[in-house]
Design a protein around this ligand. Structure first.
Ligand SMILES: Cc1cc2nc3c(=O)[nH]c(=O)nc-3n(C[C@H](O)[C@H](O)[C@H](O)COP(=O)(O)OP(=O)(O)OC[C@H]3O[C@@H](n4cnc5c(N)ncnc54)[C@H](O)[C@@H]3O)c2cc1C
Length: 494
C-alpha cells in the first residue's frame, strides 16, 4: 500500500473509497479534498493502468493527441481555464500566445501530467493542517459487501477496507473478443488490448490489420506512421467510416429550431429533422457535422427521453454514423491519416469481421463484405481496435461480476452499464437506491449515452463528491460552496 498522505484524520473520520484511478476517480478524490471542511479519509484503489492517468492519458506516445482543444480540457468545471493556466507552468508553452494555446490539441501524456500534478497537490498538500487524508492502493478491488451500516471493499490479496461510501469509477474495459479471438489470445501476432504497449511486439515487416475504424484505430495508425512502418496498414469495419476532424464554422442560427423541444420528438421525428437541416447546410455549402455539435448539449436529455426500443434502434441504425461524426480528431492527426490514405499506405475496407485465426506466425482475418462475399486478410500483426467492451453483464471485471451476482448493482435497461439515480447512487436488483455505492464515468453510458469525455466527466466528479460528502456528514460540506451546474453548453463545441 502506498500512503500518499498522512493527514489530520482520526479512525472515526468518514472513509470514502474510490475504485479506479483514471480521470473520473482521481478527479472525485481531488474534489473531495477541495470540498471537505471536516476530517475525511479518502482511499483510491487502482490497478492495471497508471494511477491518475487511466487508459486515455497513460499513453507514453507523444503523437497521441487529445481530441478536444486545450480550452475545453480543464478538469475543474468551476475553473474553466485551469488546464490552459497549468500549461503555462511548462517552459515549452510559456511563450505561446493565449489564443493559440487555447486551440491546441495537446499530447495526451501532457494531460496525464496535469492530472497527476493535480492529484499530488491534493494528496500531499503543503498545508499540514489539511483535513483530508488521501492514500492510494495499487491493487484490484474484487468484492463488495455490507455490514448493516458500513460497506466493505475487498482488494486482491484479501485486505478489506471498511468504508462509508464506495465510488465505482472503473472506466473503460478492453474491447470485447471477436469470433475466434479466444483461441489466439497468446499468439505473438495478436493484440487484444489496443491500449497496451503493442509497438514493442511488432514484427520486422508485413501488413498490419486494425480491426475497427474509430478513435483507437486512428491512435494505432498515427503510431505506425510515427514509427516509420513500411508495410501495409489495413483498417476494417462494417461501415468503413474514419473519424472526422474538428473544424471551425460560423454558427447556424436555424438549429435547433426555436420552440422545438428536441427531447420530446422521439427518434423518427428527430432523425427526419436532422436530415432536413443537414441537407439545408449542404445546400448552403456549410459542414452538416455542425448539427452534431449543436445537438450535443441536448443528447443526454434526448437519450433519457427515448424508449428502450428507440435506443436499440438508434444503436442498430444510426450509432456508427453518429460516432464517426461526433468523435472528432485533431486536424493535424486527420491530415496524417488522409495523406496515408492518398498514398496507399493505409487502406480502409468496409466489411464485417467473420473470424480471426492463427495462420502459422500470422493472423488470418476473415471478412464478410456488404454483399455477403467473403475474403481474407493475412496480418503480420493484428490489433483489436473495436472500442471498449459495452455489454455490462458480460463484464470481465471480477468486482463488477460480484456486484451483479450479489444484486448490489443491476444493469441499466440497455445493459451498457449500471443503473443509477440522477445523483449517481447505484440502484440494486431490488430497485432500491444503495446507501453506499455510487458510480460515474463510462459505466453510465446506457443511462446517459454521453458519459465518456472530460466535459461530462468533470461535472460528474464534482457532483458525486458533493453528494457523497453530503451523505457522510451534512456538516462536512462547505455551505459556502456554490452549486456548479453543467459547464456552459457552448464550451462543448469545438
Ligand atoms: C485512448 C483514449 C483516448 C481518449 N481521449 C480523450 C480526449 O482526448 N478527450 C476526452 O475528453 N476524452 C478522451 N477519452 C475518453 C476517456 O474515456 C475519458 O476522458 C476518461 O479518461 C475516462 O476516465 P475514467 O477514469 O472514467 O476511466 P479509465 O481511464 O478507464 O480509468 C479507470 C481506472 O480504473 C481502474 N480499475 C478498473 N477496475 C478496477 C478494479 N476492480 N480495481 C482497481 N482498479 C480498477 C482501471 O485499471 C483504470 O486505471 C479517451 C479515451 C480513450 C480510451
Amino acid at each position: 500500500m502506498e500512503t500518499l498522505r498522512g493527514g489530520g484524520t482520526t479512525s472515526s473520520s468518514p472513509h470514502i473509497v474510490i475504485v479506479g484511478g483514471g480521470f473520473s476517480g482521481t478527479l472525485t478524490a481531488v474534489n473531495l479534498a477541495r470540498l471537505a471542511v471536516a476530517p475525511l479519509h479518502v482511499t483510491l484503489v487502482n490497478h492495471g493502468r497508471s494511477t491518475g492517468r487511466g487508459v486515455a492519458y497513460g499513453t507514453g506516445r507523444p503523437e497521441h493527441l487529445l481530441n478536444v482543444a486545450a480550452r475545453n480540457m480543464s478538469a475543474l468545471p468551476d475553473h474553466p481555464n485551469h488546464f490552459v493556466e497549468w500549461l503555462r507552468t511548462r517552459a515549452e508553452y510559456a511563450g505561446v500566445p493565449d489564443v493559440r494555446l487555447r486551440e491546441t490539441f495537446m499530447p495526451r501524456r501532457v494531460y496525464g501530467d496535469y492530472l497527476r500534478s493535480l492529484a499530488l497537490h491534493y494528496a500531499q498538500p503543503l498545508d499540514t493542517r489539511s483535513r483530508v487524508r488521501m492514500e492510494t492502493i495499487e491493487a484490484e478491488a474484487v468484492n463488495f459487501k455490507t455490514t448493516g451500516h458500513r460497506a466493505q471493499l475487498v482488494v486482491a490479496g484479501g485486505k478489506t477496507l471498511e468504508a462509508d461510501k464506495v465510488l465505482l469509477a472503473t472506466g473503460n474495459e478492453s474491447p470485447a473478443g471477436l469470433p475466434g479471438s479466444d483461441a489466439i489470445d497468446s499468439h505473438p501476432a495478436w493484440c487484444g488490448d489496443p491500449w497496451s504497449d503493442w509497438e514493442t511486439r511488432l514484427p520486422a515487416d508485413g501488413d498490419i490489420v486494425l480491426l475497427g475504424t474509430g478513435l483507437t484505430t486512428v491512435d494505432a495508425i498515427i503510431t505506425l506512421l510515427a514509427l516509420g512502418w513500411r508495410g501495409g496498414i489495413h483498417a476494417v469495419s462494417r461501415h468503413g467510416l474514419l473519424p472526422q476532424p474538428h473544424f471551425k464554422g460560423t454558427d447556424d442560427p436555424h438549429f435547433p429550431p426555436a420552440g422545438v423541444d428536441l427531447a420530446c420528438l422521439g427518434l423518427e421525428s428527430l432523425v427526419r429533422l436532422l436530415e432536413e437541416h443537414c441537407a439545408r447546410l449542404r445546400r448552403e455549402d456549410a459542414n452538416p457535422a455542425m448539427i452534431v455539435d449543436k445537438l450535443r448539449p441536448h443528447t443526454q436529455h434526448i437519450w433519457q427521453a427515448f424508449t428502450d426500443a428507440e435506443r436499440l434502434e438508434f444503436i442498430a441504425r444510426h450509432a456508427a454514423r453518429w460516432n464517426a461524426i461526433r468523435h472528432r480528431i485533431a486536424p493535424s492527426i486527420h491530415r496524417q491519416v488522409t495523406a496515408a490514405l492518398a498514398s496507399g499506405r493505409l487502406k480502409v475496407t468496409r466489411a464485417g469481421i467473420a473470424s480471426v485465426k492463427s495462420r502459422g506466425t500470422k493472423i488470418g482475418v476473415e471478412l464478410r463484405g456488404p454483399d455477403g462475399a467473403t475474403s481474407c486478410l493475412e496480418a503480420a500483426f493484428a490489433i483489436n481496435c473495436t472500442g471498449p467492451h459495452t455489454r455490462f453483464s458480460a463484464t470481465r471485471s471480477t468486482l463488477l461480476q460480484n456486484l451483479l451476482h450479489s444484486g448490489a448493482v443491476t444493469p441499466d435497461s440497455m445493459d451498457m452499464g449500471i443503473r443509477v439515480e440522477p445523483d449517481f447512487a447505484a440502484v440494486g436488483r431490488d430497485g432500491r437506491r444503495s446507501p453506499f455505492l455510487f458510480a460515474i464515468g463510462p459505466l453510465l453510458r446506457g443511462t446517459l449515452w454521453e458519459s465518456i469525455a472530460v466535459p461530462e466527466l468533470r461535472s460528474q466528479a464534482l457532483h458525486v463528491a458533493q453528494t457523497m460528502l453530503g451523505e457522510v456528514s451534512a456538516a462536512a460540506v462547505d455551505p459556502g460552496w456554490p452549486a456548479v451546474e453543467e459547464t456552459a453548453v457552448i464550451e462543448y463545441l469545438i
